[in-house]
Design a protein around this ligand. Structure first.
Ligand code: CP
Length: 334
């Protein structure tokens, strides 16, 4: 992997690494026997809640013969100070620097989830928490969802796209559409789907209301990646037009970058229901979950033949097993 062997953005994986992870995921998914036992020790530290990531990361480690220990920051651990330069005379008992160094002694791979920082977007977009762990742990750090990206979700989404549409995704017409939600949600998943599908060479349309722009640097990175791989990226505020002829619609709500307040109820019409999908080319629907039924996505879509969401969530297991298998090979543990 690039960037000193950490996985924080989808583009930290080279094309060869990404192909190896997906190949390992497919091999493990197709296999009825567990991988050979190894000594892979995986840590997973959560600053935010999780259902899918926590359960699937633990099971993925077991599937490749390793072990995963989950820690909820501030509940299972001391309250952590995230500023290495802080004068620690407040409530935090331990600094991120020592915590990362110690966890790096105990685990071969360290997963960290941290996606709701208090700083301005210009700071939060640099992934200060993940980067501090990456800087001090001395072992590969895997993002279990950061502020800008959710690369493990991205790998599961890529595996799901391959299963639904085949090995060659070049030119596949996909739309990433914003959907209404009562409050501003983080933008890691839409950023990752945009970049991951661009890296796969898809024709990506991004649809969102005015004022909900994704990070300009990530849009530029995705645009460059897509254009060098036979795909494209474009952005529109016309959701109806964005559905025309699409084979896949990825639904996700996000807030104005760095915001955490309520979302304008006038935008409730961005609910994705069967009627809104009529213009697609029998378009399948993906969402990372959790999802608010009949607010973000209509139950008729979630329960219908378009929905890939359950398979997509199940693929978290296989994609992360592929990632940990690839990492253990890279680390020469098995
Ligand atoms: N999609 C996802 O990451 O789900 P959790 O937040 O439940 O882990």
């Amino acid at each position: 992997m690039r960037e000193g062997s950490h996985l924080i953005s989808p583009s930290d994986l080279s094309d060869a690494d990404r192909a190896a992870v997906i190949e390992a995921a497919r091999r493990i998914k197709a296999s009825t026997r567990p991988a050979d036992p190894s000594i892979l020790r995986v840590g997973a530290l959560y600053f935010n809640p999780s259902l899918r990531t926590r359960a699937s990361f633990e099971q993925a480690a077991a599937l490749v013969g390793g072990r995963c220990q989950t820690l909820n920051a501030g509940a299972d651990t001391w309250v952590l100070e995230l500023d290495p330069d802080a004068v620690m005379d407040g409530g935090a008992a331990e600094n991120v620097v020592e915590a990362a160094r110690v966890l790096g002694q105990l685990f071969h791979v360290l997963g960290v989830r941290s996606f709701r920082g208090d700083g301005p977007w210009a700071v939060e977009r640099t992934e200060p928490v993940l980067r501090r762990f990456a800087e001090h742990a001395g072992v590969p750090v895997v993002s279990l969802e950061g502020t800008t990206h959710h690369p493990c979700q991205g790998l599961a989404d890529l595996l799901t796209l391959h299963e639904a549409f085949g090995d060659d995704l070049t030119g596949l017409p996909v739309t990433l559409t914003w959907a209404w939600h009562p409050r501003a949600l983080p933008a890691a998943v839409p950023h990752t789907f945009l970049l991951q599908s661009a890296l796969a060479g898809c024709d990506v349309t991004v649809a969102h209301p005015e004022g909900f722009d994704l990070d300009g640097d990530i849009v530029a990175e995705a645009t460059a990646a897509a254009s060098s791989r036979g795909g494209s990226v474009r952005v529109t505020h016309d959701r109806h037009e964005a559905m025309a002829g699409r084979r896949l619609v990825y639904v996700k709500s996000w807030g104005p970058l760095g915001a955490s307040g309520p979302t304008d109820p006038a935008l409730r019409s961005w609910l994705i229901d069967e009627d809104s999908l009529k213009g697609t080319d029998d378009g399948k629907v993906m969402h990372c979950l959790p999802v608010r039924r009949n607010v973000v996505l209509a139950g008729e879509v979630l329960d219908g033949p378009r929905a890939l969401v359950t398979r997509q969530a199940g693929n978290r297991l296989w994609a992360q097993a592929g990632l940990l298998d690839h990492l253990s090979t890279t680390l020469a543990l098995s």
